[in-house]
Design a protein around this ligand. Structure first.
Ligand code: SAM
Ligand code: SF4
Length: 331
């Protein structure tokens, strides 16, 4: 957080909030079985979707409150034609130091040059398998070849920091660890093996597919006895590299570990609600203020209120219910 920011967002438990994830749409062009039902529809109407100007206002108010990192997510953020303009607007604010995007990569081809021009710093590229048929089975769309071509193109540019998000599931893609790790030999990327989380309509995670971080670690160690441990971070709790590999490997124990004590995030849903905790289902609506030309101070007050409601430990808070899809909040 900027040391000059007098208005910093700090919650009741002394955690400073300096990172916002903004879901710019809840629509998606894939239907990953652990995320969305086939029938998933945009719950919010077009009118409820935040406009570019509204998102820019939100980012600028948050930057004044000490937020230095923005991530655009969804649904699929590249479905928005103005995504590069949003990136550019975030980069124009000098208080915002890092702008990232989480995407399934299917539409990356059309937006990559504009995203690079806009100054995008980082892409988390979600791809759970390197096999076409499996990709079809997991995402319910036969789009592997396009996505893979786009990934290769992205890696070819070398201009944006890239992390691969791989949700590892028992007997679905757990035998592909080596194929993913191989990608770190020649590319300075981080392959992140993620635990399945219980946020899906289909409750896949109840079907024995869940692989915990301990098990993922065991599989990695079995394949790679020469794994070198790196200093991790709060989310990339376990981080490794291999001799002569340019990239790194991480395990994200999103379900089995509790990151609450180090949580520095808030989230904004595509229909303009502030979500102060992953497990908060209600949120505080920004649209009434944004659409009545309320001043920035009123928006800042709402952010403060949301942050003051951040629970100490959301995961174990009895009042919070489990979400049915990550697509509303972007992970
Ligand atoms: N559509 C974009 C994508 O897939 O990258 C952005 C939104 S998606 C909700 C963000 C991340 O959440 C993806 O990496 C996805 O794999 C992950 N995700 C979605 N549902 C999940 C679940 N039930 N458990 C673990 N990760 C999940
Ligand atoms: Fe779409 Fe991302 Fe959810 Fe897959 S994980 S259905 S790509 S929002």
């Amino acid at each position: 957080m900027s040391s000059t920011c007098q208005n910093a967002l700090v919650d009741t438990f002394h955690r400073a909030v300096d990172y916002v994830r903004i879901a710019v749409t809840s629509q998606c062009n894939l239907r990953c079985a652990y995320c969305m039902s086939e029938a998933h529809e945009e719950r919010s109407t077009a009118h409820a979707l935040m406009s570019k100007e509204e998102i820019i206002t939100i980012m600028n108010v948050l930057a004044d409150l000490g937020v230095t990192k923005v991530r655009f997510t969804g649904g699929e953020p590249l479905l928005r034609k103005d995504i590069a303009e949003l990136v550019g607007a975030a980069k124009k604010n000098s208080a915002i130091k890092t702008v990232g995007l989480t995407t399934n990569g299917l539409l990356l081809d059309r937006s990559l040059p504009a995203l690079i021009d806009a100054g995008l710093d980082a892409i988390n590229f979600s791809i759970d398998t390197l096999d076409r048929q499996r990709y079809h089975a997991i995402t319910r769309r036969d789009e592997y070849l396009v996505v893979r071509k786009n990934l290769d193109k992205l890696l070819g540019t070398g201009q944006i920091s890239v992390k691969l998000n791989v949700v590892l599931m028992r007997d679905i893609n757990s035998d592909e660890i080596r194929r993913f790790v191989d990608l770190t030999r020649d590319h300075a990327i981080t392959v992140r093996f993620m635990e399945l989380q219980p946020f899906d309509d289909n409750q896949i995670w109840r079907t024995g597919r869940f692989l915990g971080a301990d098990k993922i670690q065991e599989l990695l160690n079995a394949h790679y006895p020469d794994l070198e441990t790196l200093t991790g971070s709060a989310t990339q709790y376990f981080s490794y590299t291999l001799p002569r590999h340019k990239g790194s490997i991480a395990i994200i124990p999103a379900f089995t570990r509790n990151f609450c004590s180090q949580c520095n995030k808030i989230r904004i849903t595509s229909d303009g609600k502030i979500i102060s905790c992953l497990y908060d289902k209600k949120g505080l609506g920004l649209l009434p203020l944004l659409r009545s030309n309320a001043c920035d101070q009123a928006l800042a007050d709402l952010f403060r209120k949301a942050v003051s409601q951040k629970p100490e430990d959301g995961k174990h808070s009895a009042s919070n219910a489990v979400r049915t899809s990550m697509s509303e909040i972007g992970g």
